[in-house]
Design a binder for this molecule. Structure first.
Ligand code: SAM
Ligand code: SF4
Length: 326
């Protein structure tokens, strides 16, 4: 079992399959001409399988595939199949543009729940935010996931003055469809033009929704990052991921593996453990994994704490979100 010095058990692994993406979301990718990692730096399918085996032996029970966009990887199907052989709950986060090519793969792999990122319900704004005119395709694929019976969570990064005026439209969507919308507070990463005035906070989300809807608090999952609510008489639910205004580090169970095989014990950790090099040297990766988890800071990678308005982004030492794997 992987425990850190704060007695938190780590049994949830997020694996980034690639830092490449078919979208260019402004808050995620530092610039449109970003150079993606060369293929030889990426973990190969058999290497991912081998690292997963060790981590499952160390107690990992849940794995989320992410990126960049996990489904742009040519061997995504092979990787999904390999990981599905392990006794873990397998899931993924995707922008949904390629989902229609993968429905059968997901079913075969026993994937039951999928997180899709969608920050706007308007075609024009979608193009503005992602730099891709693919709203209709994404919407169709979301409907396909619902028809196919997947539990569908929709991630919305809320940015003040950009899409906060659509929060109520997202809630309206939950009325007749079983979608679980998660409003995510905008987080600072390398060169993503974050500033605190763009954060639309957890409390602001609730205050706004209260003006139009009655809702009840529902039980959060163990180790959940999201605080969940159900609007009365709606099929779906909503939740808020309050990383900035009310972090949830006290019961964190997550570790991350970047596409180039570095382990991060926190989304905001400065340090990284080079698991892939150790594996390629044909050495045991267990000690480096344990050391990495053991070095986990109490909260937010030790990079900031307290009032998020006081954060100095120049002092944050981290990769961009697309290179970490969200
Ligand atoms: N391409 C996939 C997607 O968009 O779902 C997976 C990778 S993406 C990096 C994972 C999640 O991180 C997405 O839901 C995205 O909205 C979120 N994300 C990216 N940058 C963020 C930021 N600065 N603050 C909060 N969430 C962010
Ligand atoms: Fe790509 Fe996802 Fe980042 Fe958007 S949020 S640029 S879809 S990785």
């Amino acid at each position: 079992m992987l425990k850190d010095t704060f007695n938190r058990t780590h049994d949830y692994l997020r694996i980034s399959l690639t830092d490449a993406c078919n979208f260019r979301c402004v808050y995620c990718m530092p610039n449109e001409q970003m150079k993606f990692m060369p293929a030889k730096h990426l973990m190969q399918a058999n290497e991912i399988e081998s690292i997963v085996k060790t981590l499952v032996d160390l107690g990992v029970k849940k794995i989320r595939l992410t990126g960049g966009e996990p489904l742009v990887r040519k061997d995504a199907k092979d990787i999904i199949e390999r990981i599905s052989k392990f006794p873990v709950e397998l899931t993924l986060t995707t922008n949904a543009a390629l989902v229609d090519d993968f429905i059968e793969v997901f079913h075969q792999a026993g994937i039951r729940s999928v997180n899709v990122s969608l920050d706007t319900l308007k075609r024009d704004k979608f193009l503005e935010l992602t730099k891709r005119d693919l709203f209709d395709k994404v919407w169709k694929n979301i409907q396909l996931l619902i028809e196919e019976g997947f539990h569908l969570k929709v991630n919305v990064v809320v940015m003040k003055g950009i899409n906060d005026n659509e929060i109520l439209d997202f809630i309206e969507w939950t009325k007749n469809q079983p979608v679980h919308v998660r409003f995510i507070e905008f987080m600072p990463f390398d060169k993503n033009q974050w500033n605190s005035s763009k954060v639309f906070s957890f409390q602001e989300v609730l205050n706004l929704i209260e003006t139009q809807y009655s809702y009840i608090k529902i039980k959060d999952e163990a180790n959940a990052t999201a605080k969940k609510y159900k609007p009365l008489n709606h099929e779906g639910t909503f939740a808020v991921i309050s990383t900035m205004s009310a972090p949830f580090c006290h019961n964190c169970n997550r570790m991350r593996l970047t596409a180039d095989g570095k382990m991060k014990n926190c989304l905001f950790s400065k340090g990284e453990a080079d698991i892939l090099s150790v594996l390629r040297n044909q050495e045991d990766i267990t000690p480096i994994i344990k050391k990495c988890v053991g070095q986990k800071e109490k909260a937010l990678g030790g990079q900031f704490e307290g009032d998020f308005h006081q954060i100095d982004t120049n002092k944050i030492d981290n990769r961009s979100m697309i290179r970490i794997g969200g």
